[in-house]
Structure formats: C-alpha cells, structure tokens
Ligand binder design. Structure first.
Ligand SMILES: Cc1cc2nc3c(=O)[nH]c(=O)nc-3n(C[C@H](O)[C@H](O)[C@H](O)COP(=O)(O)OP(=O)(O)OC[C@H]3O[C@@H](n4cnc5c(N)ncnc54)[C@H](O)[C@@H]3O)c2cc1C
Length: 260
C-alpha cells in the first residue's frame, strides 16, 4: 500500500506455495468475498441494513447479520437395481415426517443464512453435506415405503458450497432498493440488470422442522424495470483509489439484482 493506493497484490499457489507479486495501476477484486479490499482497509458491510437507514421496503426494522445462504446441491441416479447406503447419523435426526422425499437437491438446499459466510464457510458447507447424507441415508435405510429410492445411488454432492452473498465493499455511492424501484438514473449507468429483486429466506416449513438449523430456502421476487447500474461510483471502493471489484457492493436488499 502507498497511502490509500494498492501498489501490488501477492498471490500464493495453494499447492506449491509459490508466491507471485502483481503490480498494476488498477486492481479488480474478483474474490467474491471482497478479500483484496478488506485486506487493503476498504470500508465494508455484511448483513442487512435497518429500514431506518435507507428506507428500503424489504429491510428489517433492526439491522442484523443475515445474508443469503450457500447451496450444497446433489443428485442421485437410477441404477436399475437396489443399492445400499451407509447408515449415517451424526446428530441431525431425520424421520418420516421431516425428511425430504426427493431424488435431487437444487439451489433450494441453501444453508448458513444466520452464519458468517466467510469465517464459518467450511462449517456451513459441512452442515450442507451432513444433511444431504443424513437425509439420503434415512430414505435408503429407514423410510418405510422407500420404493422410489431403492434403485437410486447418490451420484454427486457439491463439495464446494455455492455462495450467494458475502462482504460488500463500500463505493463512493451506495445504491439502494429505492434507486431500482424509482428508476433513479445516474449518468454513468452502464450494463442493464434485468433480474428481479430476488431475496432468499429460510424455508418456513424447514424452519419448523429444523429450528435455527435450516437447510432449505425460499426466494421472494420483486420485479423491476431493466436498470442501468452505475458502476463507476459504486464499484470503486471508497478510500482505495485504484481498486475496483466485480461482485456485491450495494446493499443487502438488492445486490442480488445487480450481481446475482
Ligand atoms: C445455486 C446458485 C444458483 C445461482 N443462480 C444464479 C442465476 O441463475 N443467475 C445469476 O446471475 N446468478 C446466479 N447465482 C449467483 C452467481 O453464481 C454469483 O453471483 C456469481 O458467481 C458471483 O461471481 P463472483 O465472480 O463475484 O464470485 P465467485 O464466482 O465466487 O468467484 C470468486 C473467485 O475468486 C477466487 N478466490 C476467492 N478468494 C481468493 C483468494 N484469496 N485468492 C485467490 N482466488 C480467490 C475463488 O476461488 C473464485 O474462483 C447463483 C448462485 C448459486 C450458489
């Protein structure tokens, strides 16, 4: 660093340990977690802002640490003959009434919304795997009428969880939900975002069955007009004059619209 300027970024090869130093006039932080900006001392936020702060309709009354979660997806295949699966029970009890009677898990197998998506990320991934294996083990070994699962093999489970939301580096300007809903135009508007405001929450049914240990989510959508996000002011992380980033840098409420 030289004042508020990043002079170089050092990368380390995770297998050989070799270090490479990159010097450049501009850097783009594409780490998803805003790691370069964080290490350089940029301002950042994580979680949900209060309604009072930006008057967003979907904001909670009190700010909290909730983020969207990470998905551990999986699928099974029909092998045409019965196959076994180990009895797997490490503390999450599945029964006939709380198990998921499905042959694959898509994005809705999402967890860690109330945990730290950076520091707890391995734990979040491990819990995602734990419920996939525990549920499948129940279907294969204990579910009374398990005909749909008898010939199926668990073929794949994601060993890297798919992250949605993380640290947001603050730019010179903070876009809010109201910018999108009121179509506030900025002169440096560039790429149009066409997706809805798409916020994920713990699945209420899953919350009842697994309080504070949810692993399924729902999405709530609010449609918007295609919106030209003004990248310049938002993407340049405040104080770090040469740092740009590609990921999430707006408020929790609508960052999914721009970068999801
Ligand atoms: C299940 C699921 C479904 C989704 N569906 C959609 C969809 O339909 N439409 C859509 O638009 N978006 C969707 N998304 C979101 C989309 O995938 C993400 O928003 C997008 O991938 C984020 O991109 P990114 O480049 O910011 O971060 P990432 O894709 O996370 O890339 C970050 C990269 O930086 C690397 N990295 C991190 N830290 C370091 C470090 N310290 N040193 C070196 N390298 C590092 C990582 O290994 C990774 O390769 C979905 C996400 C999930 C999980």
């Amino acid at each position: 660093m030289d004042g508020s300027n990043i002079c170089s970024v050092t990368a380390k090869h995770i297998e050989t340990g070799e270090e490479l130093s990159f010097e450049a006039p501009l850097f783009s932080d594409c780490t998803g977690d805003g790691t370069i900006g964080f290490l350089a001392g940029a301002d950042w936020r994580m979680g949900r802002e209060s309604k009072e702060e930006f008057n967003e309709s979907t904001a909670p009354a009190v700010a909290d640490d909730m983020t969207m979660g990470s998905s551990v997806q999986w699928y099974s295949v029909d092998e045409g003959e019965p196959s076994g699966f180990p009895r797997f029970n490490y503390g999450v009890e599945f029964t006939n009434t709380n198990c998921e009677k499905v042959v694959m898990g898509e994005w809705t197998w999402e967890t860690g919304m109330n945990q730290d998506q950076i520091n707890d990320f391995e734990r979040i991934r491990d819990y995602g795997l734990l419920v996939v294996y525990s549920n499948w083990s129940f279907l294969k070994n204990k579910l009374p009428e398990n005909e749909p699962f008898r010939n199926r093999k668990l073929d794949w489970a994601a060993y890297i969880a798919g992250k949605r939301e993380s640290r947001r580096l603050m730019g010179d300007h903070i876009l809010t939900e109201n910018d999108l809903r009121d179509f506030v135009e900025y002169e440096d508007g560039t790429a149009a975002t066409t997706w809805s405001i798409d916020l994920h929450y713990p699945d209420p049914d899953n919350s009842k069955k697994f309080p504070d240990a949810e692993f399924k989510s729902i999405a709530k959508h609010i449609n918007i007009h295609p919106y030209p996000s003004h990248t310049g002011a938002c993407i340049r992380a405040m104080w770090i004059t040469c740092l740009w980033r590609d990921g999430t840098l707006a408020l929790h409420m609508w960052h999914w619209v721009l970068f999801g």
